[in-house]
Design a protein around this ligand. Structure first.
Ligand code: PFF
Length: 450
């Protein structure tokens, strides 16, 4: 049954796909700049703590539920529910997750479009087509809309090919390219003047900044966003894993790759900012903090690349190429969530489901672009800061409380008969039942009422 609906052909294929989903703009852009402005290594410690104590167990909950049901989140959560109320709540959670995944993709496609435009802009500048380069790198509705469409077409094209020929094949091709590109960029930037200054900011801890409640909720949102949790992406990828695979190991590898690449990206972005400072580019905002988010990527870094001459044009090309790949391997996992649901629950063909849903999400992206000031930030905050951790909370409740314990343990034993007695076996079922929901709840309560 599982292979009729598509299956990853190997452990490597799954890890590339799931790590491809996890590693995205959140790692290469979000994590390093947040760390830089929020206590450097202290933020890194809070992030690592949350990643291992919360995000990894929550990731395991999704993968295990998915593999057990070999179905989309709506169906899977219903299947592990005991009674009518929990069945209905399960279906609702799956549906909300699917809507949130679609909204995340709608803003992600806008940002990813900017990355592709800047990548092509660097290429145009290299060959001397300055007019085209200026259009590609200047913020305009025409450019933004065009590249949303380009990016969505790439995403749709890959998802239309299915699990093995689309998701697995492309993730396995693109992820190694991403890693090599990132490694080369880090090595190059670290040789430049000023880079060591940036390393110090990244690696020296300032605990007063890292322990504020707002920061912890940001780190929680980042960890959930970074591991693509709460919206059913990891559940659907888990549903394509065969029953012989050892889940705690593959989940651990995916978490490790995700965190490793975020930390590695810090060795690129922070040193690059201080190289920019060394070259006379302003990197602090009016409040004295480091410039981050879009101003960093689209103003500070391009100014740095310009100040580096011809080498800068190549570095710029590589950097935006890296960002585009990272975005694409993540966006395909977002689109797969509503597509799998539509195929499995409504009997649609993959091709028509992809075209219909891809088309709707592109239309939402264009709507956001038309009302950019009002909608963009709103959609980002509502989906990533609040919806993802809250949905992740419900997934933990399903794995920890609603699913029958003997079935859950049976699922864990598949693919790893020797698991009983390991640390994971003894800790995780309790952890996902008590610790994860309590911490997520606690962080939210503190944020709302504290
Ligand atoms: N994990 C991706 C990143 O770090 O950029 C973002 C993401 C992918 C979020 C898939 C949610 C999702 F379902």
């Amino acid at each position: 049954m599982a292979s009729a609906r598509g299956e990853f052909s190997s452990r490597f294929g799954f890890i590339m796909a799931a790590a491809g989903s996890a590693v995205g703009l959140g790692n290469i852009w979000g994590f390093p700049t947040q760390a830089a402005s929020n206590g450097g290594a202290a933020f890194l410690l809070v992030y690592l703590l949350l990643a291992f104590t919360l995000a990894y167990p929550a990731l395991m909950a999704e993968i295990i539920i998915g593999r057990h049901a070999h179905a989309n989140a709506v169906n899977a959560l219903q299947r592990i529910a005991g009674g009518p109320v929990t069945r209905r709540l399960g279906a609702t959670t799956g549906l909300v997750g699917l809507v949130v995944a679609s909204f995340i993709l709608s803003f992600y496609a806008i940002v990813a479009g900017w990355m592709i435009a800047h990548c092509l802009g660097s290429l145009a500048a290299l060959v001397g087509a300055d007019g085209i380069a200026a259009w590609l790198t200047f913020f305009s509705l025409g450019r933004n809309a065009s590249f949303v469409v380009v990016f969505m077409l790439l995403t749709i094209g890959i998802i239309a090919e299915g699990v093995h020929d689309g998701i697995e094949r492309w993730s396995s091709r693109l992820m190694p390219i991403l890693l090599v590109t990132l490694g080369c960029l880090v090595l190059y930037v670290l040789t430049l003047d000023g880079a060591m200054e940036g390393l110090k900011v990244y690696l020296l801890p300032d605990f007063s900044a890292a322990l504020s409640p707002q920061l912890i909720i940001n780190a929680l949102g980042s960890a959930f966003f970074s591991l693509s949790l709460g919206v059913g992406t990891m559940l659907i990828y888990g549903s394509y894993i065969n029953d012989r695979e050892n889940l705690p190991v593959v989940g651990g590898l995916v978490t490790g790759v995700d965190i490793g690449i975020a930390v590695l990206a810090g060795f690129l972005v922070l040193p690059a900012m201080y190289v920019a400072l060394h070259n006379g580019v302003e990197i602090f905002d009016a409040a004295g903090g480091l410039i981050s988010e879009d101003t960093l990527i689209f103003t500070v870094l391009p100014e740095l690349f310009t100040s580096m001459g011809v080498a800068g044009a190549f570095v710029s090309l590589l950097f935006f190429f890296l960002m585009s790949i990272a975005a694409l391997t993540s966006s395909i996992s977002m689109l797969e969530v509503p597509v799998a649901y539509t195929i499995e629950e409504h009997g649609a063909s993959r091709r028509s489901a992809v075209l219909l849903i891809g088309g709707i999400i592109t239309a939402i992206s264009l709507l956001i672009l038309l009302n950019f000031e009002t909608l963009f930030g709103l959609v980002v905050t509502a989906t990533t800061r609040y919806s993802q951790p809250l949905l992740g909370f419900v997934f933990c409740i399903y794995a920890g409380w609603i699913w029958r314990r003997d079935q859950l343990l049976e699922e864990l034993r598949k693919g790893s008969p020797e698991i009983a007695g390991t640390l994971f076996w003894r800790i995780w079922p309790w952890h996902v039942r008590l610790v994860c929901p309590l911490i997520i709840f606690g962080i939210f309560a503190q944020n709302l009422f504290g």
